[in-house]
Design a protein around this ligand. Structure first.
Ligand code: SAH
Length: 217
């Protein structure tokens, strides 16, 4: 039972409208959100809810983030076309796909092999060839590709991980949810300057926890 072209256009319009109404105004971000079909990243029972503004379950007990949160984080990251971006927490691959429209290259790191493989398949299918998807413990960052112009963390940590801060270039921006995993966390934007790090609190969010080590599956 596939949707008609009219239904697809209508749901795309509503999807972008909702994101705008949550405060995302950057036209490049809105265009990227319109371009990447979230339905490609949600499987099984929940697929029909892919266009609603809510997080949904994915494999390995993880979640695909709420589209308006993906858009707000992407906007806060101020990604430019020459930027090399690191994402910690590939999950479904949706956030990485949105970033890939805006950046030169996206490195995304996931501790679960199954999620990394499934995300890679979607990237291949969509022809998103500027994403490198790696199975690793992202809390150490990706030293061999550092420094990064932008870093986005999509799992909650009690503090921004030191190795990630160290791998942010001067002038670079990192967006990271900070706080305990069972409570509401704060989305923090970090700017690295010559003098050190400047922190700005953006909004409350809720992410699954950052976990050290590789996942079993
Ligand atoms: N950005 C994702 C949602 C992320 S959910 C999306 O767009 O769908 C958070 C993800 O972070 C989960 O898949 C979880 O397995 C992963 N994760 C948690 N701790 C990690 C770590 N230390 N290294 C790599 N990935 C991690």
């Amino acid at each position: 039972m596939s949707a008609t072209p009219e239904e697809i256009a209508e749901r795309k319009m509503r999807f972008v409208y909702t994101i705008r109404s949550r405060g995302v105004t950057d036209p490049r971000v809105l265009a990227a959100m319109e371009k990447i079909d979230r339905g490609e990243f949600v499987r099984g029972l929940f697929a029909e809810r892919a266009y609603e503004d809510m997080p949904l379950p994915i494999n390995c007990g993880q979640t695909i983030s709420q589209p308006s949160v993906v858009a707000l984080m992407t906007q806060a990251l101020e990604v430019g076309p020459r930027d090399k971006v690191l994402e910690l927490g590939t999950g479904s691959g949706y956030q990485a796909a949105v970033l890939s429209v805006l950046a030169r290259r996206v490195y995304t790191v996931e501790r679960h092999r199954r999620l990394q493989q499934e995300a890679q398949q979607v990237f291949n299918r969509l022809g998103l060839s500027n994403i490198t998807c790696i199975r690793a413990d992202g809390s150490h960052g990706l030293p061999e590709q550092a420094p990064f112009d932008r870093i986005i963390v999509t799992a909650a940590a009690e503090d921004p991980p030191g190795p990630l801060l160290a791998q942010l270039r001067i002038g670079g921006i990192m967006v990271v949810p900070v706080g305990q995993s069972d409570t509401v966390q704060s989305l923090i934007r970090v700017l690295r300057t010559e003098a050190g790090f400047e922190y700005e609190e953006l909004c409350p969010v809720r992410f699954v926890p950052m976990v050290e080590g590789l996942g079993e599956d």
